[in-house]
Design a binder for this molecule. Structure first.
Ligand code: ZN
Length: 128
C-alpha cells in the first residue's frame, strides 16, 4: 500500500530511506501509457519498516524538502559514527596501555554502581 503526502507544511528534520521514481501503467486502455511508452512517473520515498519496504508518494514540490531531510540524516549519522569510532579508538588504546603497564596499586575490578542507583551519581563510592 502506498500512502501519499499532500503537503508538507514543514519538512521533518530527519528522514531515512531513499527517493525513487516509480514508473507504471494506470490500466486505462486509451491512456498514453497503454502502449508502454510514457509511463506514469511517481516520486516516492522508499523506506523499510519491520523488514518490509514501504513507499510514501511525494508531490513534486515536496521532493526537495524530503531530499534535504535525508541528507541531514546521512550527515548526522556520519558524524555520530565518527564520534563512536573516536570513542572506540580511545577505549582500545586505553585498554592496550593498561595491559602494557599494569599498575600494582590499582584494582583490576571496577566498582559497579549499585542496583538501586537512580541518580547515576557517584553515590556509594567512598569520597577521598
Ligand atoms: Zn495511464
Amino acid at each position: 500500500m502506498v500512502i501519499a503526502v499532500q503537503h508538507l507544511r514543514s519538512a521533518p528534520r530527519y528522514l531515512r530511506g531513499s527517493v525513487v521514481v516509480n514508473r507504471r501503467r494506470c490500466g486505462k486502455a486509451n491512456c498514453r501509457c497503454a502502449k508502454g511508452e510514457a509511463l506514469h512517473e511517481t516520486t516516492v520515498l522508499s523506506y523499510s519498516e519491520g523488514g518490509r519496504t514501504r513507499f510514501v508518494t511525494l508531490p513534486a514540490d515536496q521532493v526537495g524538502l524530503v531530499r534535504a531531510a535525508l541528507e541531514r540524516y546521512r550527515a548526522a549519522q556520519k558524524a555520530l559514527e565518527e564520534r563512536a569510532n573516536a570513542g572506540l579508538a580511545e577505549l582500545v588504546s586505553q585498554a592496550r596501555r593498561d595491559r602494557a603497564e599494569p599498575r600494582p596499586g590499582r584494582s583490576p575490578v571496577r566498582g559497579k554502581p549499585s542496583k538501586a542507583s537512580s541518580s547515576g551519581s557517584e553515590a556509594g563510592k567512598p569520597r577521598p
